[in-house]
Design a protein around this ligand. Structure first.
Ligand SMILES: [Zn+2]
Length: 66
Protein backbone atom coordinates (compact mmCIF):
# COMPACT_ATOMS: atom_id res chain seq x y z
CA UNK A 1 0.00 0.00 0.00
CA UNK A 2 1.17 3.51 -0.76
CA UNK A 3 2.29 5.58 2.21
CA UNK A 4 3.07 9.26 2.41
CA UNK A 5 4.83 11.35 5.02
CA UNK A 6 2.63 12.59 7.86
CA UNK A 7 2.54 16.44 7.78
CA UNK A 8 2.96 16.87 11.55
CA UNK A 9 5.47 14.18 12.54
CA UNK A 10 8.00 11.82 11.02
CA UNK A 11 5.49 8.97 10.73
CA UNK A 12 3.84 7.58 7.64
CA UNK A 13 0.21 7.88 6.66
CA UNK A 14 -1.83 5.99 4.14
CA UNK A 15 -2.85 7.67 0.91
CA UNK A 16 -6.45 8.10 1.97
CA UNK A 17 -5.74 9.84 5.29
CA UNK A 18 -4.49 13.34 6.08
CA UNK A 19 -2.56 12.25 9.19
CA UNK A 20 -0.84 9.15 10.52
CA UNK A 21 -2.83 7.14 13.11
CA UNK A 22 -1.04 8.57 16.14
CA UNK A 23 -1.54 12.19 15.03
CA UNK A 24 -5.16 11.48 14.08
CA UNK A 25 -5.65 10.23 17.64
CA UNK A 26 -4.54 13.62 19.02
CA UNK A 27 -7.38 15.50 17.31
CA UNK A 28 -10.44 16.30 19.45
CA UNK A 29 -13.09 13.57 19.34
CA UNK A 30 -15.62 15.92 17.77
CA UNK A 31 -13.16 16.99 15.07
CA UNK A 32 -12.49 13.34 14.17
CA UNK A 33 -16.20 12.61 14.05
CA UNK A 34 -16.86 15.52 11.69
CA UNK A 35 -13.93 14.62 9.45
CA UNK A 36 -15.33 11.11 9.04
CA UNK A 37 -18.65 12.41 7.72
CA UNK A 38 -19.24 12.03 4.01
CA UNK A 39 -21.50 14.91 3.06
CA UNK A 40 -21.21 17.99 0.86
CA UNK A 41 -19.08 19.70 3.52
CA UNK A 42 -16.50 16.91 3.68
CA UNK A 43 -14.09 18.49 1.25
CA UNK A 44 -14.28 21.82 3.07
CA UNK A 45 -13.54 20.19 6.46
CA UNK A 46 -10.46 18.46 5.07
CA UNK A 47 -9.32 21.81 3.72
CA UNK A 48 -9.78 23.40 7.16
CA UNK A 49 -7.71 20.64 8.73
CA UNK A 50 -4.93 21.04 6.14
CA UNK A 51 -4.85 24.77 6.67
CA UNK A 52 -4.70 24.43 10.47
CA UNK A 53 -1.79 22.01 10.10
CA UNK A 54 -0.02 24.41 7.73
CA UNK A 55 -0.46 27.15 10.34
CA UNK A 56 0.98 24.80 12.98
CA UNK A 57 -2.12 24.83 15.15
CA UNK A 58 -1.61 22.16 17.87
CA UNK A 59 -3.58 19.01 16.96
CA UNK A 60 -5.60 18.80 20.22
CA UNK A 61 -7.19 22.24 19.54
CA UNK A 62 -7.95 21.90 15.82
CA UNK A 63 -11.66 22.31 15.08
CA UNK A 64 -13.54 22.04 11.80
CA UNK A 65 -17.01 23.26 10.88
CA UNK A 66 -20.16 21.24 11.52
ZN1 LIG B 1 1.85 11.90 12.41
Amino acid sequence: MDTLKCPTCTGRRSNSHVLCPSCWGQLPTETRRRLRLRDDQAHDRRHQLSRAIAERVPLPIIHVSR
